[in-house]
Write a protein that binds this ligand. Sequence first.
Ligand code: 13P
Ligand code: SF4
Length: 350
Amino acid sequence: SDPTLVARARAAKDRLGDRLFVLGHHYQRDEVIQFADVTGDSFKLAREAAARPGAEYIVFCGVHFMAESADILTSDAQRVVLPDLAAGCSMADMATFNQVEECWEALEEAGIADQVVPITYMNSSADIKAFCGRHGGAVCTSSNARRALEWAFEQGSQVLFLPDQHLGRNTAVLELGFGLDDCVVYNPHRPNGGLTDAALRDARMILWKGHCSVHGRFTADCVDDVRARIPGVNVLVHPECRHEVVTKADFVGSTEYIIKTLEAAPAGSSWAIGTELNLVKRLGTMFPDKTVTFLDKTVCYCSTMNRIDLPHLVWALESLADGHLVNQITVDADTTHWAKVALDRMLALP
Ligand code: 13P
Ligand code: SF4
């Protein structure tokens, strides 16, 4: 990356000292991740944000919903900054508050709302998390979805899972032993979600029709192809991949799990990884004694994660060092209260 920008980022970080804490998600570019004080998956970063009460500024190199969660979990005096406000998440955008309210009304009309526990994936806006908090539900991430679902089924007999249908289905079927026919997909663009009241009543998992467009590109054929090309390859994918991909894979887990698995793998072993490309490329450099291949044949970055680049980071850090608070992410008090209830339920999972 541009040496002048690297030097400027370093200088701005030095000027801010302990007042600054930089968090970096594993999907961030190398040029950005080198300035992160901590890197992690969504779960680890939420905990790290909550564990830094001394930092006046938390600069979040990730996407909008992560910065919102950091604001919810930090004190009022702390400021959370997202270096580019356009770094959203297309999956999070697939569930709006109004759509989720409408869905809940459909569940009420079907007579099941009082036994349904809403669980939202971290990849959702703060108002969806607050909705879950208000209705007895919780947040989960890809590293604790199983425990969150087990908890939910202790509270009620059905789960509304938002907004990633794949994480919901993969966890219910592969980790909890549910059948595929225990799951229905609620489509927010159809009346009653495109489902009959009877279908809603019979389902154990009501999955929101949302997905990640990056992970959605991996297909079962990708797995077959890579196994034909590289004999003995281990296929390791993120649970946001479609069910048929996860079923064919050897290992499945969050970005942090993917890194730990590669770390523990024997030298000389081969790995095909089904997740975002910045991370897969980095794994190749981190573990030169192992063969690391991208599961798809085409290029597959998360375009919104990639919006945080070194020029944006330098601009944010220099602005803060000069006393200008830019790109602050804030969540209003009521939403913060209820979203924190849902986040705290997640953080308290055994
Ligand atoms: P994790 O880092 O929690 O595995 O999540 C992946 C992701 O899609 C973040 O947007
Ligand atoms: Fe959203 Fe997918 Fe990008 Fe994660 S990888 S931020 S889920 S679009």
